[in-house]
Design a protein around this ligand. Structure first.
Ligand SMILES: CC(=O)N[C@@H]([C@@H](O)[C@H](O)[C@H](O)CO)[C@@H](O)CC(=O)C(=O)O
Length: 289
């Protein structure tokens, strides 16, 4: 499991239910236009931490049903409630998802041993490949190389979605665990991540910039750093604009500009203001440059 994996957005209706038609269009765009190597479903970008269990189940089903090309599917089933996470993990496995992923349990300041016990139970009960979703900035859970080593030693754990900026640690991890996969979680830093040994990247902006991301990743594999630097610089200009109004709502707005109904945000996330929409109008132009 390598390469560029889009963290899929979830189009919602105004009442907070999933906009199925819009979701299918967004999946198609990722498969047919961005041609990414995989989809990461139910992560931060999917706004899944705002969704109830039934909606997450529906999300996994619709995305899987829309897949008709060879692409990797990862279901982010992490939830504070372990029983819910296990139920969703078993169902995603049944649906044919290639791997599961789970955010480190958050809000309460869990010890490392408690976090390890969480993944041990989740991976034992689901018995399916698991990618640890590590996002220290959002969860407060920070791991040493040794801590990561203990998590990676758990049966079924195949790798880490490394949403951290410590590239020295990433390089150290890849060197100590060459058989595991490590994915970049910061799209702005895809180039340095790829150089530091990341096996690929999982990110929100790949919904719109997946082609650029593939160019960067493939250029690094061929040591063509000139191309990689040029394209990363272009990508980051677009990402700066996307971040202005909020990356998820900006992505949905740009999709709408392309004629794809990417729906609403999930409450309490707000929609773009008129001012932010005006700024976002530049994005389409820059993307297509
Ligand atoms: C917090 C967040 O959304 N981070 C994004 C990045 O792709 C991020 O949006 C991007 O680097 C722009 O800052 C991903 O790491 C999140 C992700 O992959 C997910 O949806 O789970």
């Amino acid at each position: 499991m390598k390469g560029i994996i889009t963290a899929l957005i979830t189009p919602f209706n105004e009442d907070g239910t999933i906009n199925e038609e819009g979701l299918r269009e967004v999946v198609r765009y990722n498969l047919d236009v961005m041609k990414v190597n995989g989809l990461y479903v139910g992560g931060s970008t999917s706004e899944s931490f705002l969704m109830d269990e039934e909606s997450k189940r529906q999300l996994f089903k619709i995305v899987k049903d829309e897949i008709d090309v060879d692409t990797k599917l990862i279901a982010q089933i992490g939830a504070l409630n372990i029983e819910e996470a296990v139920r969703l993990g078993k169902e995603a496995k049944e649906l044919g998802y290639d791997a599961l992923s789970a955010i480190t349990p958050y809000y309460y300041k869990f010890s490392f041993q408690e976090i390890k016990a969480y993944y041990k139970r989740l991976t034992d009960d689901t018995d399916h490949p698991m990618i640890i979703y590590s996002n220290p900035a959002f969860t407060g859970a920070q791991f040493s190389v040794e801590d990561y080593g203990e998590l990676l030693a758990l049966p079924n754990v195949i790798g880490v979605k490394y949403t951290d900026t410590d590239l020295a640690k990433l390089g150290n991890l890849k060197e100590s665990h060459p058989e595991k996969v490590f994915f970049s979680g910061a799209d702005e830093m895809l180039l340095p991540f790829a150089i530091s040994g990341a096996d690929g990247a999982i990110g929100s902006t790949y919904n719109l910039l997946g082609e650029d991301a593939r160019t960067i990743y493939e250029a690094v594999q061929k040591s063509d750093l000139e191309t990689a630097r040029r394209v990363q610089s272009h990508m980051n200009k677009v990402i700066d604009f996307l971040l202005e109004g909020g990356v998820y709502s900006s992505i949905k707005y740009v999709f709408k500009q392309k004629g794809i109904d990417a729906g609403y945000m999930k409450f309490p996330f707000r929609e773009l203001t008129d001012e932010e929409k005006k700024n976002a109008d530049n994005i389409l132009e820059i993307i297509e440059k």
